[in-house]
Ligand binder design. Structure first.
Ligand code: GCB
Length: 874
């Protein structure tokens, strides 16, 4: 190193030190996530780090309910002398849902609401000094509280400090942390392709004497504007001279400027506080006829809603998972997110800004309200927190504040009282709507309503917000998918000037369930693809539909749900741990620009061989792509090319037993996908093909396929065909008094994680035959009594409002295998309990051509069988 270089390096080192010193004079933020002691009850102390929830596991067990109560978090904190004379705050990104913060035994602050950030002033309670220990204790309570929304909803109210916590230290004069916002609010009073003006407003805490404010707007390394003004009061406004030809922000080009606002000592120039914010130049409008416009051009908003929980974490997810979710929307080709039903981690909107995803954000006033001042105040405060905390994100275009408040209105048996309730809902909507406009006149307001449009109209809710959000599920909870377009057209005819967003639409897709003939409520991925096909087309064909958000980006926890995957809402395009389902690929094929091809995710299959060729079974395989043609090769054989229509095409693939290699080649040769499909081929004539490892897993009373937790594939039953296998007699179980009777039961089956094996059954079954070759076989019978007296209320999520009004059936029967008694006076309900899985195994030796013949003899009521497995042993 030359002397000169040493000098230069020294110079830079000094510069860095000066900078660091200047920075340390300004605000600091230290993460406090590590090293907390948690206790749910007084005896049990646990060492944990944040983010944390106490409901990660209990929401998944078979016992209904999860812990909703108060818990404590404690931590010690030592602050060295550099904190002397500072303003100190404990800053929470989120804790659900009521929080009290104690510092050294003093109550320092509290907060209501589980989804907005909050901040507690701490300097008067904290002791400074290297040998001083501060005790921080935080009580968090997720009990029901009638004064805090949501009162009920189709998601789990996980308790805990489930987002990050910080210690923020500032000088006594600093940008206000009121409502946990950053104290600087940016608007663009005028913005066009030729110029943009910027207005900065905000508030200072502490003395404002001899202080000035410097705002610098930079575009990458380039400073495009710099304004210095003297502070005259704690509220400030700075007008930045127009910026010529601003680089506009849009989904294709989400260009961000950076706005740095500094509070400076007018004499010394020392920076006392500093805030940076993103700035995106864009303008937008919603039009009742023509939909959404961004920067003067029409743009159909299509994307998803998003819940914040992820498998294995509950709602206490690592921060980068937030970014990943937004990236997944982007990768799918989406340009819209409904951040619902509540404000989420700061990373969500930061990532939306960066990736060009437009956003609607809302507070969780869901299903019902409480008609009192305290509830109204909590709602108002939440709305203000949401708006101020997220004000500067260019991605945000809508602030919403209600979801399906008329779903199951209170006071159903007292119409006069109900009218008062409706009037109070309307009043709350008006209050929140005008509050939103006062806080932020530049964004639109929205209420999300369910499909009962006369109700919303007569209560007067449709007329309040600037945008009406419709949560529509025709073809799922009720009606046909084709009713969706009819609804939109009739609504638009009545309210042509009112902008419309489809704030929700979706169908459950249990990633383990597949169907070759999908029907409503089978929960198959294939039914969901059919559903979305109809919806996306109707949305795209109607310019007046400004936007649409699929319900939901990913599966999420809703503890009260039963169904095929208890506690999970399966309407996600991704699984709970974020694996794409075919529905995701369907959207990607229709929305994404980058060439893409994907073979269906149904990659463990089974079927009975073709009648003409016993060595294969031909089944349809869907391929998704945004190119025009795709070519498919199966086990090295070219099946030719097919045109892609609406993002997909179907090939009839002749599957051989076990592994099948599939290759899809789309557009140019570089766009390819490959899959290995494991196929359990069942010979149509069982005796004609002596398979040593023959195994068949059959669901009775079902037309669906199911992949269990051990990756076994189950296939639908067939009526017995001589030479093959199948059931004799009986009918598929249909839940009485429930509009979902098309598919088994929707109740949680106890003692299994493979509920779909037990949720359908054949009632009145007489026999089951397998015409297998001679050998030794293991037969497993699966039972669950599906009728029960235990009625289940129509839950918050159940948009068709039905309850299960069944009465339990008593059934006793004998079962024999090849005339040998197997189970005598068998009663599944008394042996295992109702809605509980039970398994019976036996071994059968087949001699000659007699096959296996299981027979069911009723003693009382009708015999049942839910599922049966055959496995060759020898
Ligand atoms: C809705 C609700 C949403 C539910 C969804 C569903 O309308 O707004 O919270 O999760 O339906 O899946 O039933």
């Amino acid at each position: 190193m030359t002397n000169q270089t040493v000098k230069v390096l020294f110079f830079f080192a000094v510069l860095v030190l000066i900078k660091a010193a200047a920075f340390s004079q300004s605000r600091t933020q230290i993460n406090l996530d590590k090293g907390w002691k948690f206790n749910k009850d007084s005896t049990h102390l646990q060492n944990i780090n944040l983010p944390h929830t106490w409901n990660k596991d209990d929401v998944m067990d078979d016992t209904p309910g999860y812990y909703r109560g108060a818990c404590w978090y404690r931590k010690t904190l030592t602050l060295n002398d550099s904190y002397k004379g500072k303003s100190l705050f404990l800053y929470f990104n989120g804790a659900n849902q009521e929080t009290e913060v104690y510092i050294n035994g003093h109550k320092a602050g509290s907060h209501k609401g589980g989804y907005t950030r909050f901040c507690v002033e701490a300097d008067q309670y904290l002791k400074i000094g290297a040998n001083q220990t501060n005790e921080i204790a935080v009580k968090v309570d997720n009990s029901f509280n009638e004064n805090i929304p949501p009162l009920s909803a189709d998601f789990t109210f996980y308790g805990g400090i489930y987002r990050n916590v910080y210690l923020v230290a500032t000088n006594k004069s600093h940008f206000s942390l009121s409502h946990a916002a950053n104290g600087v609010f940016i608007t663009t009073p005028e913005v066009s392709a030729s110029k943009a003006s910027v207005k900065i407003t905000g508030q200072i805490e502490g003395s404002t004497a001899h202080l000035s404010l410097i705002t610098t707007i930079s575009d990458g390394a380039k400073t495009v504007a710099k304004v210095k003004s003297n502070l005259t009061s704690s509220d400030f406004t700075q007008n930045i001279p127009a910026i010529a030809k601003p680089h506009l922000w849009s989904p294709e080009d989400p260009h961000l400027y950076l706005v740095r606002t500094q509070l400076v000592d007018a004499k010394t120039g020392a920076v006392l506080d500093e805030i940076t914010n993103p700035l995106g130049f864009r303008w937008f409008k919603f039009d009742g006829e023509k939909g959404f416009f961004l920067n003067g051009k029409p743009l159909k908003l299509v994307g998803t809603s998003r819940h914040q929980d992820i498998e294995g974490f509950g709602n206490a997810i690592p921060s980068n998972y937030n970014e990943r979710d937004v990236e997944l929307i982007k990768q799918m080709g989406g340009n819209f997110i409904r951040v619902s039903h509540y404000p989420q981690d700061p990373k969500i909107l930061e990532t939306c800004d960066k990736l060009g995803i437009l956003a609607s954000v809302e507070i969780p006033v869901i299903n019902a309200i409480t008609e009192n001042e305290a509830f109204t105040e909590t709602c108002k405060n939440m709305q203000v927190e949401m708006i101020r905390q997220n004000f500067n994100h260019p991605s945000v275009v809508i602030w919403a504040y209600m979801n399906e408040v008329l779903l199951r209105p209170k006071f159903g048996d007292d119409k006069a009282r109900q009218q008062v309730y409706f009037a109070n809902i309307k009043k709350l909507a008006q209050t929140l709507d005008s509050l939103t406009h006062k806080e932020d006149p530049s964004r639109y307001t929205m209420i999300a309503c369910h499909g009962d449009y006369n109700k919303y109209r007569s209560v007067g809710l449709v007329q309040i917000p600037q945008i009406i959000g419709w949560n529509l599920y025709s073809g799922w909870y009720g009606g046909q998918t084709s009713d969706f377009a009819k609804f939109l057209d009739s609504f638009h005819k009545d309210f042509p000037a009112l902008p419309v967003i489809i704030s929700e639409f979706g169908a459950d897709a249990d990633p383990r369930i597949h169907a070759t003939q999908p029907i409503k409520f089978d929960k198959s991925v294939e039914y969901a693809v059919d559903f979305h096909k109809v919806y996306l087309k109707a949305i795209e064909e109607r310019p007046f539909v400004a936007g649409a958000a699929v319900w939901n980006l990913a599966d999420f926890n809703s503890e009260t749900r039963d169904e095929t995957m208890p506690h999970i809402n399966n309407k996600g395009l991704l699984t709970w741990d974020r694996k794409p389902k075919d529905t995701y690929y369907y959207y990607q094929a229709n929305l994404a620009k980058k060439p893409f091809v994907k073979i269906s995710t149904w990659q463990i299959r089974a079927g009975v061989s073709d009648s003409l060729n016993q060595s294969v079974c031909t089944q349809a395989v869907t391929v998704f792509s945004n190119t025009s043609k795709v070519n498919l090769k199966v086990n090295g054989i070219n099946l030719g090319s097919k045109d892609i229509i609406d993002g997909m095409t179907v090939f009839n693939v002749p599957f051989k037993n076990r592994l099948n290699k599939i290759e899809a080649i789309a557009g140019n040769q570089t766009c390819t996908d490959a899959a290995t499909i494991n196929f359990n081929l069942i010979p149509a004539k069982l005796q004609a093909d002596n398979q040593p490892d023959l195994h068949i897993n059959i669901l009775l009373g079902a037309k669906r396929f199911y992949i269990d937790q051990n990756q076994n594939i189950w296939q639908p039953d067939q009526s017995y065909k001589p030479g093959s296998f199948g059931s004799i007699g009986g009918v598929a179980y249909a839940m009485k008094g429930n509009s979902r009777q098309s598919y088994g039961t929707d109740r949680n089956i106890i003692n299994t994680n493979d509920d779909p094996i037990y949720q359908t059954q054949q009632v009145g079954i007489q026999g089951y035959r397998f015409d297998v070759p001679a050998g030794r076989y293991e037969i497993t019978l699966h039972f669950a009594e599906l009728t029960t007296d235990k009625t289940k209320e129509a839950l918050a999520y159940n948009l068709d409002n039905t309850t299960n009004k069944e009465t339990s059936q008593e059934r006793i029967f004998d079962i024999s295998a090849n005339d040998k008694p197997l189970l005598a006076t068998f009663n599944a309900a008394s042996k295992y309990g109702s809605l509980t899985a039970g398994t019976e195994k036996t071994e059968v030796t087949v001699i000659g051509n007699n096959g296996i013949n299981i027979s069911f003899k009723p003693i009382k009521g009708e015999p049942i069988l839910n599922a049966i497995q055959l496995r060759r042993i020898k």
